[in-house]
Ligand binder design. Sequence first.
Ligand SMILES: NC(=O)c1ccc[n+]([C@@H]2O[C@H](COP(=O)([O-])OP(=O)(O)OC[C@H]3O[C@@H](n4cnc5c(N)ncnc54)[C@H](OP(=O)(O)O)[C@@H]3O)[C@@H](O)[C@H]2O)c1
Length: 427
Amino acid sequence: MNILLTGATGFIGSHLLRALQAQGHQVTACVRDPASAARQFPGPRYITCDFTRDHTVASWRDRLAGVEVIINAVGIIRESGAQTFHALHFAAPRALFLAAAEAGVKKVIQISALGADDQAESRYHLTKRAADDVLAGLGLDCVILRPSIVHGAGAKSSEMFRALAALPFIPVPDDGRQLLQPIHIDDLVRVVLASIAKPEAGCPRIDLVGPEPITFLDMLLQMRRWLGLSRPRVLHVPYALLLPLARIGGFLGNAPITPETAAMLRRGNCAPVQALIERFGINPTGFVQVLDGTPATQADRWHARLYWLRPLLRLSIAFTWIGTAIVSALLYPAADSYALLAQTGIQGIYAPLTLYGAAALDLALGIAVLTRYRLRETVWPQIAVIIGYMLIISWALPEYWLHPFGPLTKNVPLLAAILTMYAMERR
Ligand SMILES: NC(=O)c1ccc[n+]([C@@H]2O[C@H](COP(=O)([O-])OP(=O)(O)OC[C@H]3O[C@@H](n4cnc5c(N)ncnc54)[C@H](OP(=O)(O)O)[C@@H]3O)[C@@H](O)[C@H]2O)c1
Protein backbone atom coordinates (compact mmCIF):
# COMPACT_ATOMS: atom_id res chain seq x y z
CA MET A 1 0.00 0.00 0.00
CA ASN A 2 1.03 3.63 -0.44
CA ILE A 3 1.40 4.94 3.08
CA LEU A 4 2.10 8.46 4.26
CA LEU A 5 3.83 8.31 7.64
CA THR A 6 4.34 11.46 9.70
CA GLY A 7 6.77 11.51 12.62
CA ALA A 8 8.85 8.86 10.88
CA THR A 9 12.04 9.97 12.65
CA GLY A 10 10.54 9.65 16.13
CA PHE A 11 10.62 6.70 18.50
CA ILE A 12 7.27 5.24 17.44
CA GLY A 13 7.51 6.46 13.83
CA SER A 14 10.94 4.93 13.20
CA HIS A 15 9.80 1.52 14.51
CA LEU A 16 6.69 1.80 12.31
CA LEU A 17 8.79 2.78 9.32
CA ARG A 18 10.98 -0.33 9.58
CA ALA A 19 7.98 -2.62 10.04
CA LEU A 20 6.04 -1.08 7.14
CA GLN A 21 9.02 -1.42 4.84
CA ALA A 22 9.59 -5.01 5.96
CA GLN A 23 5.98 -5.73 4.98
CA GLY A 24 6.57 -4.33 1.49
CA HIS A 25 4.54 -1.12 1.80
CA GLN A 26 5.54 1.96 -0.21
CA VAL A 27 6.20 4.53 2.49
CA THR A 28 6.31 8.27 2.00
CA ALA A 29 7.86 9.70 5.14
CA CYS A 30 6.82 13.23 5.90
CA VAL A 31 9.56 14.87 7.99
CA ARG A 32 11.05 18.25 8.81
CA ASP A 33 14.57 17.46 7.58
CA PRO A 34 14.51 14.87 4.77
CA ALA A 35 18.29 14.90 4.24
CA SER A 36 19.13 14.06 7.82
CA ALA A 37 16.24 11.56 8.05
CA ALA A 38 17.45 9.77 4.90
CA ARG A 39 20.92 9.40 6.40
CA GLN A 40 19.57 7.73 9.52
CA PHE A 41 16.61 5.83 8.06
CA PRO A 42 17.31 5.05 4.40
CA GLY A 43 14.65 3.52 2.20
CA PRO A 44 11.43 5.49 2.01
CA ARG A 45 10.57 8.45 -0.18
CA TYR A 46 10.97 11.59 1.89
CA ILE A 47 8.94 14.77 1.64
CA THR A 48 9.12 17.86 3.80
CA CYS A 49 6.40 18.83 6.22
CA ASP A 50 6.32 21.01 9.30
CA PHE A 51 3.43 20.75 11.72
CA THR A 52 4.11 24.25 13.03
CA ARG A 53 3.11 25.62 9.61
CA ASP A 54 1.05 23.06 7.66
CA HIS A 55 -2.32 24.12 9.03
CA THR A 56 -4.31 24.42 5.79
CA VAL A 57 -5.90 21.72 3.66
CA ALA A 58 -4.09 23.21 0.67
CA SER A 59 -0.70 22.55 2.29
CA TRP A 60 -1.49 18.82 2.34
CA ARG A 61 -3.35 18.39 -0.96
CA ASP A 62 -0.36 17.65 -3.24
CA ARG A 63 1.32 15.46 -0.66
CA LEU A 64 -1.68 13.11 -0.59
CA ALA A 65 -1.71 12.31 -4.30
CA GLY A 66 -1.79 8.50 -4.58
CA VAL A 67 -1.75 7.99 -0.80
CA GLU A 68 -3.96 5.13 0.44
CA VAL A 69 -3.20 5.13 4.16
CA ILE A 70 -2.08 7.89 6.53
CA ILE A 71 -0.38 7.18 9.84
CA ASN A 72 0.10 10.23 12.04
CA ALA A 73 2.82 9.78 14.65
CA VAL A 74 3.85 13.39 15.30
CA GLY A 75 3.66 14.71 18.83
CA ILE A 76 5.48 16.47 21.63
CA ILE A 77 5.46 16.09 25.39
CA ARG A 78 6.57 19.68 26.12
CA GLU A 79 6.12 22.90 24.24
CA SER A 80 8.95 25.11 23.04
CA GLY A 81 8.68 28.15 20.78
CA ALA A 82 6.49 27.39 17.76
CA GLN A 83 6.31 23.73 18.82
CA THR A 84 3.00 24.08 20.63
CA PHE A 85 0.44 21.41 21.51
CA HIS A 86 -2.15 23.36 19.56
CA ALA A 87 -0.06 23.41 16.38
CA LEU A 88 1.32 19.86 16.48
CA HIS A 89 -1.51 17.93 18.08
CA PHE A 90 -4.45 19.80 16.66
CA ALA A 91 -3.99 22.39 13.87
CA ALA A 92 -1.76 20.37 11.54
CA PRO A 93 -3.49 16.98 12.07
CA ARG A 94 -6.88 18.66 11.57
CA ALA A 95 -5.75 20.03 8.19
CA LEU A 96 -4.22 16.65 7.31
CA PHE A 97 -7.44 14.77 8.17
CA LEU A 98 -9.65 17.21 6.24
CA ALA A 99 -7.33 16.88 3.24
CA ALA A 100 -7.47 13.08 3.61
CA ALA A 101 -11.27 13.16 3.46
CA GLU A 102 -11.15 15.40 0.40
CA ALA A 103 -8.57 13.18 -1.36
CA GLY A 104 -10.47 9.97 -0.64
CA VAL A 105 -7.68 8.37 1.41
CA LYS A 106 -8.75 4.83 2.29
CA LYS A 107 -7.59 4.73 5.93
CA VAL A 108 -6.27 7.06 8.61
CA ILE A 109 -4.48 5.76 11.69
CA GLN A 110 -4.03 8.38 14.38
CA ILE A 111 -1.54 7.80 17.19
CA SER A 112 -3.25 9.66 20.01
CA ALA A 113 -2.57 9.03 23.71
CA LEU A 114 -4.20 7.25 26.62
CA GLY A 115 -6.03 9.92 28.60
CA ALA A 116 -7.16 11.93 25.56
CA ASP A 117 -10.73 11.29 26.69
CA ASP A 118 -13.63 13.01 28.46
CA GLN A 119 -11.59 13.32 31.66
CA ALA A 120 -8.67 14.97 29.86
CA GLU A 121 -7.27 17.99 31.70
CA SER A 122 -3.76 18.63 30.38
CA ARG A 123 -3.30 20.63 27.19
CA TYR A 124 -1.32 17.67 25.84
CA HIS A 125 -4.42 15.49 26.11
CA LEU A 126 -7.01 18.14 25.27
CA THR A 127 -5.35 19.02 21.95
CA LYS A 128 -4.98 15.34 21.08
CA ARG A 129 -8.63 14.73 21.86
CA ALA A 130 -9.68 17.71 19.76
CA ALA A 131 -7.85 16.29 16.72
CA ASP A 132 -9.28 12.81 17.43
CA ASP A 133 -12.79 14.34 17.47
CA VAL A 134 -12.21 16.01 14.10
CA LEU A 135 -11.05 12.72 12.59
CA ALA A 136 -13.91 10.73 14.09
CA GLY A 137 -16.41 13.21 12.65
CA LEU A 138 -15.26 12.88 9.04
CA GLY A 139 -16.89 9.54 8.28
CA LEU A 140 -13.57 8.10 7.09
CA ASP A 141 -12.34 4.57 7.64
CA CYS A 142 -10.09 5.41 10.57
CA VAL A 143 -8.84 4.23 13.92
CA ILE A 144 -7.59 6.25 16.87
CA LEU A 145 -4.97 4.41 18.88
CA ARG A 146 -4.41 5.70 22.40
CA PRO A 147 -1.21 4.19 23.79
CA SER A 148 -0.17 4.32 27.40
CA ILE A 149 3.56 4.94 27.94
CA VAL A 150 5.36 3.03 25.20
CA HIS A 151 8.59 1.26 26.14
CA GLY A 152 11.28 -0.36 24.04
CA ALA A 153 14.51 0.56 22.25
CA GLY A 154 14.74 4.31 21.78
CA ALA A 155 11.85 5.29 24.08
CA LYS A 156 12.74 8.64 25.64
CA SER A 157 10.49 8.14 28.66
CA SER A 158 12.09 4.73 29.39
CA GLU A 159 15.53 6.33 29.17
CA MET A 160 14.54 8.93 31.74
CA PHE A 161 12.91 6.36 34.04
CA ARG A 162 16.03 4.17 33.85
CA ALA A 163 18.14 7.20 34.78
CA LEU A 164 15.86 7.84 37.78
CA ALA A 165 16.14 4.17 38.70
CA ALA A 166 19.95 4.35 38.65
CA LEU A 167 20.13 7.18 41.20
CA PRO A 168 21.24 6.24 44.73
CA PHE A 169 17.99 7.84 45.98
CA ILE A 170 15.03 7.11 43.70
CA PRO A 171 12.68 10.07 43.78
CA VAL A 172 8.96 9.28 43.46
CA PRO A 173 5.95 11.57 43.80
CA ASP A 174 4.12 11.01 47.11
CA ASP A 175 3.99 7.27 47.81
CA GLY A 176 5.00 6.28 44.26
CA ARG A 177 1.81 4.25 43.87
CA GLN A 178 0.67 6.04 40.67
CA LEU A 179 -0.46 3.34 38.25
CA LEU A 180 0.94 2.99 34.73
CA GLN A 181 0.36 0.29 32.14
CA PRO A 182 3.24 0.51 29.65
CA ILE A 183 2.89 -1.16 26.28
CA HIS A 184 5.89 -2.44 24.36
CA ILE A 185 6.68 -0.82 21.01
CA ASP A 186 6.53 -4.20 19.21
CA ASP A 187 2.93 -4.67 20.37
CA LEU A 188 2.01 -1.17 19.22
CA VAL A 189 3.60 -1.84 15.83
CA ARG A 190 1.65 -5.10 15.51
CA VAL A 191 -1.58 -3.22 16.21
CA VAL A 192 -0.81 -0.59 13.55
CA LEU A 193 0.09 -3.25 10.97
CA ALA A 194 -3.13 -5.13 11.74
CA SER A 195 -5.15 -1.89 11.52
CA ILE A 196 -4.00 -1.12 7.99
CA ALA A 197 -5.95 -3.99 6.49
CA LYS A 198 -8.81 -4.00 8.99
CA PRO A 199 -11.85 -1.95 7.91
CA GLU A 200 -13.34 -0.01 10.81
CA ALA A 201 -16.75 1.56 11.14
CA GLY A 202 -17.21 4.58 13.39
CA CYS A 203 -13.53 5.37 13.85
CA PRO A 204 -13.07 3.50 17.16
CA ARG A 205 -10.75 4.81 19.89
CA ILE A 206 -8.71 1.94 21.21
CA ASP A 207 -6.57 2.10 24.34
CA LEU A 208 -3.21 0.41 23.88
CA VAL A 209 -1.91 -0.85 27.21
CA GLY A 210 0.23 -3.60 28.64
CA PRO A 211 -1.35 -6.67 30.27
CA GLU A 212 -1.51 -5.19 33.78
CA PRO A 213 -0.85 -1.97 35.67
CA ILE A 214 2.38 -1.41 37.56
CA THR A 215 3.06 1.31 40.11
CA PHE A 216 5.57 3.99 39.23
CA LEU A 217 7.78 2.90 42.14
CA ASP A 218 7.66 -0.79 41.17
CA MET A 219 8.50 0.11 37.59
CA LEU A 220 11.62 1.99 38.73
CA LEU A 221 12.62 -0.79 41.13
CA GLN A 222 12.26 -3.37 38.35
CA MET A 223 14.42 -1.22 36.09
CA ARG A 224 17.04 -0.92 38.80
CA ARG A 225 17.07 -4.67 39.30
CA TRP A 226 17.38 -5.09 35.53
CA LEU A 227 20.37 -2.72 35.48
CA GLY A 228 21.99 -4.95 38.10
CA LEU A 229 22.21 -2.20 40.74
CA SER A 230 21.78 -2.70 44.47
CA ARG A 231 18.49 -1.89 46.18
CA PRO A 232 18.19 1.87 46.56
CA ARG A 233 16.65 4.22 49.07
CA VAL A 234 13.38 5.73 47.95
CA LEU A 235 12.90 9.47 48.28
CA HIS A 236 9.22 10.37 48.54
CA VAL A 237 8.71 13.85 47.07
CA PRO A 238 5.39 15.39 48.13
CA TYR A 239 3.33 16.37 45.11
CA ALA A 240 3.07 19.90 46.59
CA LEU A 241 6.86 20.18 46.19
CA LEU A 242 6.98 18.38 42.86
CA LEU A 243 4.67 20.86 41.20
CA PRO A 244 6.87 23.96 41.72
CA LEU A 245 9.88 21.88 40.62
CA ALA A 246 7.93 20.90 37.52
CA ARG A 247 7.11 24.55 36.88
CA ILE A 248 10.82 25.40 37.03
CA GLY A 249 11.46 22.40 34.74
CA GLY A 250 8.85 23.64 32.30
CA PHE A 251 10.40 27.09 32.36
CA LEU A 252 13.92 25.77 31.73
CA GLY A 253 12.57 23.99 28.67
CA ASN A 254 14.56 20.78 28.62
CA ALA A 255 13.89 19.38 32.08
CA PRO A 256 12.41 15.87 32.34
CA ILE A 257 9.41 17.00 34.34
CA THR A 258 6.93 19.72 33.48
CA PRO A 259 3.54 20.58 35.02
CA GLU A 260 1.95 18.56 32.19
CA THR A 261 3.95 15.39 32.84
CA ALA A 262 3.59 15.75 36.63
CA ALA A 263 -0.20 16.02 36.27
CA MET A 264 -0.30 13.04 33.89
CA LEU A 265 1.71 10.91 36.27
CA ARG A 266 -0.56 11.86 39.17
CA ARG A 267 -3.65 10.95 37.18
CA GLY A 268 -2.17 7.56 36.29
CA ASN A 269 -2.27 5.91 32.89
CA CYS A 270 -4.28 2.70 32.89
CA ALA A 271 -7.12 1.08 30.96
CA PRO A 272 -8.67 -2.36 30.44
CA VAL A 273 -6.55 -4.44 28.08
CA GLN A 274 -9.50 -6.53 26.84
CA ALA A 275 -10.39 -4.29 23.87
CA LEU A 276 -6.89 -4.67 22.47
CA ILE A 277 -6.89 -8.45 22.87
CA GLU A 278 -10.37 -8.97 21.44
CA ARG A 279 -10.08 -6.58 18.53
CA PHE A 280 -6.59 -7.50 17.32
CA GLY A 281 -5.99 -10.93 18.87
CA ILE A 282 -2.78 -9.56 20.37
CA ASN A 283 -1.72 -10.51 23.89
CA PRO A 284 0.61 -7.68 24.89
CA THR A 285 3.86 -8.56 26.60
CA GLY A 286 4.26 -7.56 30.26
CA PHE A 287 6.72 -4.87 31.29
CA VAL A 288 8.83 -7.15 33.50
CA GLN A 289 8.70 -9.92 30.88
CA VAL A 290 10.21 -7.55 28.31
CA LEU A 291 12.93 -6.47 30.72
CA ASP A 292 13.84 -10.04 31.56
CA GLY A 293 13.87 -10.96 27.88
CA THR A 294 16.57 -8.40 27.04
CA PRO A 295 19.45 -8.34 29.53
CA ALA A 296 20.86 -4.91 30.34
CA THR A 297 24.16 -4.08 28.70
CA GLN A 298 27.04 -1.96 29.93
CA ALA A 299 25.78 0.71 27.50
CA ASP A 300 22.42 0.71 29.32
CA ARG A 301 24.14 1.20 32.67
CA TRP A 302 26.38 3.95 31.32
CA HIS A 303 23.47 5.74 29.74
CA ALA A 304 21.40 5.55 32.92
CA ARG A 305 24.24 6.89 35.07
CA LEU A 306 25.40 9.56 32.63
CA TYR A 307 21.87 10.86 31.97
CA TRP A 308 21.93 13.39 34.83
CA LEU A 309 25.67 14.02 34.55
CA ARG A 310 25.30 15.24 30.98
CA PRO A 311 23.53 18.54 31.82
CA LEU A 312 25.70 18.87 34.94
CA LEU A 313 28.84 18.59 32.82
CA ARG A 314 27.63 21.23 30.38
CA LEU A 315 26.60 23.61 33.15
CA SER A 316 29.92 23.15 34.95
CA ILE A 317 31.87 23.94 31.77
CA ALA A 318 29.69 27.02 31.18
CA PHE A 319 30.29 28.01 34.82
CA THR A 320 34.07 27.72 34.34
CA TRP A 321 34.08 30.02 31.30
CA ILE A 322 31.64 32.58 32.68
CA GLY A 323 33.22 32.53 36.15
CA THR A 324 36.69 33.06 34.66
CA ALA A 325 35.40 35.96 32.57
CA ILE A 326 33.80 37.67 35.58
CA VAL A 327 36.79 37.14 37.85
CA SER A 328 39.37 38.33 35.33
CA ALA A 329 37.36 41.35 34.09
CA LEU A 330 35.76 42.52 37.32
CA LEU A 331 37.02 40.91 40.51
CA TYR A 332 40.75 40.24 40.21
CA PRO A 333 42.79 43.45 40.64
CA ALA A 334 43.58 44.78 37.14
CA ALA A 335 47.07 45.89 38.24
CA ASP A 336 47.92 42.29 39.21
CA SER A 337 46.57 41.01 35.86
CA TYR A 338 48.67 43.57 33.99
CA ALA A 339 51.75 42.52 35.99
CA LEU A 340 51.17 38.90 34.91
CA LEU A 341 50.65 39.97 31.27
CA ALA A 342 53.87 42.03 31.42
CA GLN A 343 55.74 38.82 32.26
CA THR A 344 54.51 37.41 28.93
CA GLY A 345 55.64 40.56 27.10
CA ILE A 346 52.16 42.13 26.77
CA GLN A 347 52.26 45.79 27.87
CA GLY A 348 50.86 49.24 27.21
CA ILE A 349 47.59 49.45 25.31
CA TYR A 350 47.86 45.72 24.53
CA ALA A 351 47.46 44.81 28.21
CA PRO A 352 43.82 45.99 28.70
CA LEU A 353 42.99 44.83 25.16
CA THR A 354 44.25 41.36 25.99
CA LEU A 355 42.70 41.26 29.45
CA TYR A 356 39.20 42.40 28.47
CA GLY A 357 39.34 40.74 25.02
CA ALA A 358 40.14 37.38 26.66
CA ALA A 359 37.38 37.93 29.26
CA ALA A 360 34.87 38.72 26.49
CA LEU A 361 35.92 35.58 24.62
CA ASP A 362 35.55 33.47 27.78
CA LEU A 363 32.13 35.00 28.40
CA ALA A 364 30.98 34.35 24.83
CA LEU A 365 32.11 30.72 25.01
CA GLY A 366 30.40 30.30 28.39
CA ILE A 367 27.10 31.69 27.12
CA ALA A 368 27.29 29.49 24.01
CA VAL A 369 27.79 26.40 26.20
CA LEU A 370 25.07 27.46 28.63
CA THR A 371 22.50 28.01 25.89
CA ARG A 372 23.75 25.10 23.72
CA TYR A 373 24.24 27.57 20.90
CA ARG A 374 26.14 25.82 18.08
CA LEU A 375 27.68 23.53 20.65
CA ARG A 376 29.51 21.41 18.10
CA GLU A 377 31.14 24.40 16.45
CA THR A 378 32.12 26.08 19.73
CA VAL A 379 33.91 23.01 21.10
CA TRP A 380 36.95 23.56 18.90
CA PRO A 381 37.42 27.26 19.81
CA GLN A 382 37.17 26.23 23.48
CA ILE A 383 39.91 23.66 23.04
CA ALA A 384 42.03 26.07 21.00
CA VAL A 385 41.69 28.82 23.64
CA ILE A 386 42.66 26.47 26.49
CA ILE A 387 45.63 25.04 24.60
CA GLY A 388 46.61 28.59 23.57
CA TYR A 389 46.53 29.79 27.20
CA MET A 390 48.50 26.72 28.29
CA LEU A 391 51.20 27.21 25.65
CA ILE A 392 51.65 30.91 26.42
CA ILE A 393 51.81 30.32 30.18
CA SER A 394 54.12 27.31 29.75
CA TRP A 395 56.46 29.49 27.73
CA ALA A 396 56.34 32.69 29.81
CA LEU A 397 55.47 31.41 33.29
CA PRO A 398 56.52 27.73 33.40
CA GLU A 399 56.61 27.82 37.22
CA TYR A 400 52.78 27.68 37.13
CA TRP A 401 53.08 23.97 36.30
CA LEU A 402 54.50 23.58 39.83
CA HIS A 403 51.88 25.76 41.53
CA PRO A 404 50.18 23.81 44.36
CA PHE A 405 46.68 24.90 43.19
CA GLY A 406 47.38 23.41 39.75
CA PRO A 407 46.15 26.28 37.52
CA LEU A 408 47.63 24.55 34.46
CA THR A 409 47.28 20.88 35.36
CA LYS A 410 43.52 21.36 35.93
CA ASN A 411 43.19 22.27 32.26
CA VAL A 412 44.01 18.69 31.28
CA PRO A 413 40.76 17.20 32.74
CA LEU A 414 38.91 20.29 31.50
CA LEU A 415 39.95 19.44 27.93
CA ALA A 416 38.75 15.87 28.45
CA ALA A 417 35.48 17.18 29.94
CA ILE A 418 34.86 19.39 26.88
CA LEU A 419 35.45 16.44 24.55
CA THR A 420 33.12 14.30 26.67
CA MET A 421 30.46 17.03 26.44
CA TYR A 422 30.97 17.10 22.69
CA ALA A 423 30.43 13.34 22.47
CA MET A 424 27.33 13.40 24.66
CA GLU A 425 25.67 16.50 23.24
CA ARG A 426 26.09 15.43 19.62
CA ARG A 427 22.77 14.43 18.11
N1 LIG B 1 6.26 7.46 23.40
C1 LIG B 1 5.21 7.29 24.19
O1 LIG B 1 5.33 6.75 25.30
C2 LIG B 1 3.83 7.75 23.74
C3 LIG B 1 2.73 7.43 24.53
C4 LIG B 1 1.47 7.86 24.12
C5 LIG B 1 1.32 8.58 22.96
N2 LIG B 1 2.42 8.87 22.21
C6 LIG B 1 2.22 9.65 20.98
O2 LIG B 1 2.83 9.01 19.89
C7 LIG B 1 3.32 9.98 18.96
C8 LIG B 1 4.78 9.71 18.69
O3 LIG B 1 5.49 9.76 19.91
P1 LIG B 1 7.06 9.43 19.98
O4 LIG B 1 7.33 8.87 21.33
O5 LIG B 1 7.49 8.67 18.79
O6 LIG B 1 7.64 10.91 19.93
P2 LIG B 1 9.09 11.37 19.42
O7 LIG B 1 10.07 10.29 19.50
O8 LIG B 1 9.37 12.65 20.14
O9 LIG B 1 8.82 11.70 17.88
C9 LIG B 1 8.08 12.80 17.51
C10 LIG B 1 8.10 12.91 16.01
O10 LIG B 1 7.39 14.11 15.67
C11 LIG B 1 8.18 14.83 14.75
N3 LIG B 1 7.96 16.26 14.85
C12 LIG B 1 8.18 17.07 15.91
N4 LIG B 1 7.88 18.32 15.60
C13 LIG B 1 7.46 18.32 14.31
C14 LIG B 1 7.02 19.30 13.42
N5 LIG B 1 6.95 20.60 13.79
N6 LIG B 1 6.66 18.95 12.16
C15 LIG B 1 6.75 17.67 11.76
N7 LIG B 1 7.17 16.67 12.56
C16 LIG B 1 7.51 17.00 13.82
C17 LIG B 1 9.60 14.53 15.13
O11 LIG B 1 10.43 14.84 14.05
P3 LIG B 1 11.93 15.43 14.21
O12 LIG B 1 12.83 14.26 14.09
O13 LIG B 1 12.04 16.39 13.09
O14 LIG B 1 11.99 16.11 15.56
C18 LIG B 1 9.49 13.03 15.40
O15 LIG B 1 9.54 12.32 14.20
C19 LIG B 1 3.08 11.34 19.60
O16 LIG B 1 1.90 11.89 19.10
C20 LIG B 1 2.90 11.02 21.06
O17 LIG B 1 2.07 11.95 21.71
C21 LIG B 1 3.67 8.48 22.57
